[in-house]
Design a protein around this ligand. Structure first.
Ligand code: ADP
Ligand code: MG
Length: 329
């Protein structure tokens, strides 16, 4: 079926009919604006992320279902990085007229599945046609008490730098996809990232991180944001970067320097955060139940600048920092 047969409002109804979650929603899809009940004492966290065909995804390399899951996941990851509890989201789509309705159905189903996993409700959005590719824009809203929100700017000299899970898998997965691979751990990490919502929330509730960010553009780029906003520098230990077993098995086949993936690859959607050394044990305690490893990968320094040391304590030359949509010519 083509969208032309269904029409804009037929399509919106199709989405509205599938919504089961309505927590905190007073007015959902169907009016000029939605209305939400805030939790008393909480601030609303709002974030928006756009996924553009040909820039962020390639329809020949992904399926509709996982694209729906990922489009929401990358937004939930930003709420997680503030230590917030995601609650609601808006979905705006610019759709090429030729895109089959079946594709959109699977996309919405995947997105609502992810939404159910993290207890977030779709409350509205916008739909229009696109002359070129598919454009997906999600705006997520979450909540947290003002004193518990974790920002990028709070890292202090002496703080340890920690990261959840493993780094580099998603970038390796993209490389594998481009070479014709369609499954495996790294490919899944790229196509269907898991936002670290429970972990970000648990850390914030315990008041542990001094600064936090999610790794979307690459470790060096995202750590760079923490350093810039905290007015500090950092020393990273290459040997302590968390690399998954599948990454270790595969990465060296692609490049003479596999560290480029965890340092500059991006799209890991792990949480990168800083804590004073005395809180390291509490971090392990808080994240023990998550089944996710957490690794100390360096420390914040008084001197500005970012130094990366290899296993022998020698300075590692940083060649690429991460993804930049508008690189200098
Ligand atoms: P308006 O023209 O007043 O902006 P729309 O026709 O764009 O209203 O939207 C009608 C209703 O459908 C609104 O409640 C809006 O939030 C919802 N809506 C539109 N597109 C989407 C979408 N892609 N996903 C979820 N809700 C949507
Ligand atoms: Mg509108």
């Amino acid at each position: 079926m083509k969208l032309g047969e269904l029409g804009e409002f037929g399509f919106i109804n199709r989405i509205a009919n599938r919504i089961t979650r309505t927590d905190g929603v007073v007015i959902g899809i169907g009016d000029d604006a939605g209305a939400l009940t805030p939790t008393p004492g909480c601030l609303t966290l709002v974030t928006s992320d756009m996924l553009v065909e040909g820039v962020h995804f390639d329809l020949s390399l992904c399926d509709a279902w996982t694209l729906g899951r990922k489009s929401l996941a990358v937004n939930l990851s930003d709420i997680a990085a503030m230590g917030g509890r995601p609650r609601h989201f808006l979905l705006s789509l610019a759709i090429p007229a030729a895109l089959p309705v079946e594709f959109l159905d699977r996309f919405i189903a995947g997105m609502l599945e992810r939404a159910g996993e993290f207890d977030v409700a779709l409350i509205g959005g916008d739909t229009c046609s696109s002359r070129d590719g598919l454009v997906i824009s999600v705006t997520a809203m979450g909540e947290q008490q003002p004193g518990k929100i974790v920002r990028r700017g709070g890292a202090a000299p002496g703080d340890l730098i920690l990261v959840t899970g493993s780094l580099g898998d998603a970038a390796l997965g993209l490389e594998l996809l481009r070479r014709g691979e369609r499954e495996g751990e790294s490919v899944t990490r790229h196509l269907d990232p898991v936002p670290r919502v429970h972990e970000g929330l648990a850390l914030a509730e315990a008041g542990l991180p001094t600064a936090m960010i999610d790794v979307s553009d690459g470790l060096l780029a995202d750590l760079g944001h923490i350093l810039e906003q905290s007015g500090a520098g950092a020393r990273l230990q290459l040997a302590q970067l968390p690399l998954s077993p599948s990454f270790r098995r595969t990465a060296s086949a692609f490049t003479h320097d596999p560290f480029i993936f965890p340092l500059a690859g991006g799209e890991d959607y792990e949480l990168l955060f800083t804590v004073p050394p005395a809180r390291e044990a509490a971090v392990n305690e808080v994240l023990r139940g998550s089944g996710l490893r957490v690794s100390v990968i360096g420390e914040i320094t008084r001197d500005s600048g970012l130094t990366v040391l290899d296993a022998n304590g020698r300075s590692y030359p940083v060649t690429a920092r991460g993804y930049n949509h508008f690189p200098s010519p």
